[in-house]
Design a protein around this ligand. Structure first.
Ligand SMILES: [Zn+2]
Ligand SMILES: [Zn+2]
Length: 278
């Protein structure tokens, strides 16, 4: 992305990433100068600040991983096999799994299920969720976990900074320095926004949706295995450490084929408007 041949696109991808780094480090700086260096370090503060810095390392690490990791592209030798079409599915589902519906005219090739074309990255992305300008990358099969980890760690640290600075602000009846004021506004503001986004994306992973596939609540999602752990494992693997650290892990899925769950398929009501998800 950052090596796009068009200079405008390079700037387009790089600028939001620079802004995110400015935000992260400005909040860290203000919290350090305005709060950490001012309080008397007792055991409880030592524990709190150790936790804060540990999460900060994980935050920057997961952000970097979501930025530099290729979200996934179609393998060179990919071909649609007729056996991929599940005969248990209804006609409408069959049609969506057919070759005709899975051909990208821009890339001039067939694509696996859940793969979509990103016009900004100018290629098809495996299990594409969305193109995120703030990481200068698409969120797809290989980096969705890093993206969600970043949101969770950012929520924790922003909220922690916001609460500490707010308590200091209240304790001094508003008579505080600008560092505390900035930490309070940025910490609480970012904490609320990022927590909403992190909650939404955590729910997507737990229920095996992507943002692009999201349909009304009565839509039956054939990719949902009916078990949140199995859904998570498709992206996060089976090792607990992969859920905590933004490290590469052996995923259960491969981003090309997906187990189809037809067991819990409800009978469609006569007046149901919702289309089943392919
Ligand atoms: Zn494409
Ligand atoms: Zn993209």
């Amino acid at each position: 992305m950052f090596f796009h041949k068009n200079y405008f696109f390079r700037l387009y991808f790089a600028l939001p990433v620079i802004i995110v780094h400015c935000l992260i480090w400005s909040v860290v700086y203000c919290f350090n100068v305005g709060f950490i260096s001012e309080v008397e370090l007792d055991t409880s503060y030592m524990v709190l600040f150790t936790f804060y810095y540990t999460v900060l390392i994980l935050l920057v690490w997961s952000y970097t991983m979501s930025t530099i990791t290729d979200p996934g592209s179609i393998p060179e030798n990919y071909k649609i096999e007729e056996t991929e079409v599940n005969p248990d599915l209804e006609d409408s589902d069959m049609a969506k799994l057919s070759k005709a519906k899975r051909f990208c005219e821009k890339c001039d090739r067939h694509r696996p299920p859940r793969t979509h074309h990103c016009s900004l990255c100018n290629r098809c992305i495996l299990k594409m969720d969305h193109h995120c300008p703030w990481i200068g990358n698409c969120v797809g099969f290989h980096n969705h976990r890093y993206f969600v980890q970043f949101l969770i760690y950012a929520t924790i640290d922003c909220t922690l900074v916001g609460i500490c600075c707010t308590s200091e602000f209240v304790k001094n009846n508003g008579d505080t320095n600008y560092y505390i004021y900035y930490g309070m506004v940025a910490g609480l503001g970012l904490g609320i926004m990022i927590s909403a986004l992190g909650g939404f994306h955590s729910w997507l992973l737990l229920s095996n949706w992507t943002s692009l596939e999201l349909r009304p609540m009565d839509t039956y999602n054939v990719f949902d295995q009916g078990n949140w752990l199995k859904n998570l494992q498709q992206l996060c693997g089976k090792r607990l450490i992969g859920y905590i650290l933004p490290i590469p892990t052996n995923k259960v899925g491969d981003g090309i084929t997906y187990p189809i769950n037809t067991v819990q398929r409800p009978v469609k009501s006569e007046n149901s408007e919702a289309e089943p998800l392919y």
